[in-house]
Write a protein that binds this ligand. Structure first.
Ligand code: ATP
Length: 352
């Protein structure tokens, strides 16, 4: 079970209030306002260049906003340097010192701060190595560790002074897929155990959904939507979020009165769909690949099978219908060149 972030009703742990960052004429971050709760695992996700790293660097204090305010627990931190913000930062390239042992690298995190709870430096280092599952490896050279182990050393180093805030910038991008999945579970479990407020940057939307309490989806420096993983997936508010978070099928049409009392009829080209939503005029709705079903009685369309990928549990099938490309997820590969599928009116979600 995931521990829920405590929301004491006090000021947010971190607040970005109308924050922009410009470099000359380029805008990296544009009027971002988000509140990160105490103890929360909060993720910034978006495609390359959307401003994730810049936002994290603004929180860490490596950058200063061009406009707007960053607050920690209600206090404006303008003018407070990174070393005085009580943050631990983990970078994608580990940034370990090769001439120091693993234990010395972790102890380096205590260079500007005393260990917490009256512990000696050695006790604190031992405690952290155990936390990240590297006990007994303190004397090793960091180059004699795997990529995943090296990243755990840099997490231990960032946590050494018991920071109020842990910032992670694409910490797993150098690792292979299987290791990434393992390490993300470990990071989440360490975060839950310590209850440390965490801001995590990734371009991988599946990773964001898997680990976060809440996620901010960024596009071109702006926040598109903030929400818990399920609401982002089920109730995207923009076309960008609908297409970026998970796979989706979008339909642009025109709404008319519903054939059934609790549905709306939407004309899409030559076809009509019944969707369980109030809509008027031009409307865009989306249907997830898993909602399509050959046995569904509503919204049936006959489509051409373009190709299919057998994924084990499911088969991902690309279909051509009118001028649309659709992706549907079926229990087994189709055995013909055309396929009729439908979806329940309640599985359509209107965007915007
Ligand atoms: P990626 O996933 O590729 O790391 P990102 O979402 O983290 O991307 P940022 O690194 O925050 O994006 O960059 C946002 C935009 O700001 C990009 O267009 C980038 O080129 C620009 N940018 C970032 N830092 C600087 C800088 N120091 N000088 C000029 N432009 C910058």
């Amino acid at each position: 079970m995931r521990a829920l972030a405590s929301d004491h009703g006090g000021p947010p742990a971190v607040e970005l209030d109308g924050v922009s960052k410009r470099y000359g004429s380029a805008t990296a971050v544009a009027d971002v306002s988000v509140s990160i709760r105490d103890g929360e695992f909060f993720t910034l996700v978006g495609p390359s260049g959307c401003g994730k790293t810049t936002t994290l660097r603004l929180i860490a204090g490596f950058e200063t906003p061009t406009t707007g305010t960053v607050r920690f627990a209600g206090e404006d931190v303008r003018g407070v340097g990174p070393e005085d913000r009580n943050v631990g930062v983990v970078f994608q390239n580990y940034a370990l010192f090769e001439h120091m042992s693993v234990a010395e690298n972790v102890a380096y995190g205590l260079k500007f701060a005393d260990p917490p709870r009256g512990l000696s430096r050695n006790e604190r280092v031992a405690e952290l190595l155990e936390l990240v599952d590297l006990e007994g490896l303190g004397d090793r050279d960091p180059t004699a560790l795997s990529g995943g182990q090296q990243q755990r050393v840099s997490i231990a180093r960032a946590l050494a002074p018991d920071p109020a805030l842990l910032l992670l910038d694409e910490p797993m991008s150098a690792l292979d897929a299987r290791l990434r999945q393992r390490l993300r579970r470990e990071i989440r479990s360490i975060q839950t155990e310590l209850g440390v407020t965490t801001v995590y940057v990734t371009h991988d939307q599946a990773e964001a959904l898997a680990v976060s309490d809440r996620v901010a989806v960024l596009s071109e420096g702006r926040v598109e939507q903030v929400g818990d993983p399920e609401s982002l997936y089920r109730r995207p508010r923009s076309r960008f979020v609908a297409e970026f978070v998970g796979e989706n099928n979008l339909f642009d049409g025109t709404a008319a009165a519903g054939a059934m009392s609790d549905t709306t009829t939407v004309r899409v080209g030559e076809a009509s769909f019944e969707i369980a939503a109030d809509a008027d005029g031009d409307v865009t709705f989306c249907v997830r690949p898993g909602a399509f079903d050959p046995a569904a009685s509503h919204n049936r369309i006959e489509a051409r099978v373009l190709d299919s990928e057998f994924l084990g549990e499911t088969t991902r099938v690309r279909l051509g219908w009118a001028d649309h490309r659709l992706v549907v997820s079926l229990p087994a590969p189709p055995d013909s060149e055309t396929l009729t599928v439908g979806f329940d009116p309640r599985d359509a979600w209107v965007i915007g």
